[in-house]
Write a protein that binds this ligand. Structure first.
Ligand SMILES: *Cc1c(COP(=O)(O)O)cnc(C)c1O
Length: 400
């Protein structure tokens, strides 16, 4: 009935991506089944009691577990090299559940400064109301992490590479600083995915995912996950099963099948991103390109140590020419016929974003300038289209 996984520890990540976690039903289906059921039936009153008490393992209710969700969790855990994984409704639900499960009022978070906008809002506007304070530290400032550490610091939270400037954070160094202060290092691994970066192997304690991005990879569903040692993931699961931001079985099935092509998508999209970054760097209308795969990137050596490639996301600064920088950047966006004008990323379709007026539009102009997000900056999340066609789409706006 279930697949034989006795060889699994020796399997490569590519094999695990298509095989790990599968459990077959009595029908012996080849492709993983989608179990659209909210509850499960027991053979007897005694079994119901045993399932509810936890004396017997098994499914009870889909807010707790569902076989399709379990398969997705097992597969993602295998890819991250994690002992355990729990899936959540969205990436934000993964961050919410981690903090709710592992922290108490009066405790403290240290975060890298440049993180996803909604995460920053959750730290600043929501957790703060429950007595959890957050201190921000710059990406390269390990001494700053040590200085910010308090006896109450429970979590150190980072994203690498950062959005949109692709700063690469040294996971080993951040983990050492977190552990020296008795805190756990949590890495949001959304931008790289386990196909390119495995933070747990570098000393991180927990990995957070928005499965909405590269894990699905085709822009279809929302989802999230927390991966790490069972002792912590079990706590997150206890919060989830009670509070309810659980992943739906349908979304889990989409993500489970998305994981099968994760590695080849990431390789192909990263290769396209490198080609595009090199081309952009040679354009006279482009002042600067931010891409960890380019030798001109300040943390290129670190990125090549820590990641399997430069990733699929890059940013670049358009030269203002005679007019102002925003006009020049918007002109590039508005001349795109192929690239999708959207703030989303992690899709097979290439997207283009003007961070200063969208994802980072609510930050004050001074703070934006201080963090290096200028009016001329554009972010591209490179998909699977031919780089030749992507270049032609951008060349039109650059020439205008
Ligand atoms: C999108 C994103 C999130 C939030 O994920 P949702 O699935 O939209 O809730 C968190 N972190 C990063 C880096 C993201 O890009």
């Amino acid at each position: 009935m279930s697949t034989d996984f006795s060889d699994a520890p020796a399997w490569s990540i590519d094999t695990l991506a298509v095989r790990a976690g599968q459990v077959r039903s009595q029908f012996n289906e080849h492709s993983e089944a989608l179990y659209l059921t909210s509850s499960f039936v027991f053979d007897s009153a005694a079994q119901a009691a045993a399932r509810f008490s936890g004396a017997e393992e098994g499914n009870v209710y889909a807010r707790f577990t569902n076989p399709t969700v379990t398969m997705m969790q097992e597969r993602l855990a295998a890819l991250e090299g994690a002992e355990s994984c729990v899936a959540t409704a969205t990436g934000m639900a993964a961050i919410l559940s981690t903090v709710m499960a592992l922290m108490n009022a009066g405790e403290h978070i240290i975060s890298s400064r440049s993180i996803f906008g909604a995460t920053q809002q959750m730290f600043g506007n929501i957790f703060s109301r429950f007595g959890v304070e957050t201190t921000y530290v710059d990406a390269g400032d390990i001494a700053g992490v040590r200085a910010a550490m308090r006896p109450t610091t429970r979590l150190v939270f980072i994203e690498t590479p950062s959005n949109p400037l692709t700063e690469v954070l040294d996971i080993v160094a951040w983990a050492e600083a977190a552990h020296a202060g008795g805190a756990l290092l949590v890495v949001d691994n959304c931008f790289c995915s386990p196909a390119l970066q495995r933070p747990l192997e570098l000393g991180a304690d927990l990995v957070i995912h928005s499965a909405t991005k590269y894990l699905d990879g085709q822009g279809r569903v929302l989802g999230g996950a927390v991966c790490g040692p069972k002792v912590h993931v079990d706590e997150v699961f206890k919060f989830l099963r009670t509070a309810g931001p659980t992943l739906s079985p349908f979304n889990a099935w989409i993500i489970l099948k998305g994981l099968e092509t994760l590695s080849i998508r990431m390789q192909a999209q990263s290769a396209n991103a490198l080609t595009l970054a090199q081309w952009l760097e040679a354009q006279p209308q482009v002042a600067r390109v931010y891409y960890p795969g380019l030798p001109s990137h300040p943390q290129h050596a670190l990125a090549m140590r820590q990641q399997a490639s430069g990733g699929a996301i890059l940013s670049f600064e358009v030269r203002p020419g005679q007019g102002d920088a925003r006009e020049a950047a918007w002109r590039v966006v508005d001349h795109c016929h192929l690239l999708s004008i959207t703030a989303n990323l992690g899709d097979t379709k290439t997207t283009i974003t003007h961070p200063a007026t969208t994802t980072h539009g609510r930050i004050s102009p001074e703070a934006r300038q201080a963090s290096g997000i200028g009016e001329g900056l554009l972010r591209i999340a490179v998909g699977l289209e031919s780089p030749v066609d992507i270049q032609a789409d951008l060349a039109r706006g650059l020439a205008a």
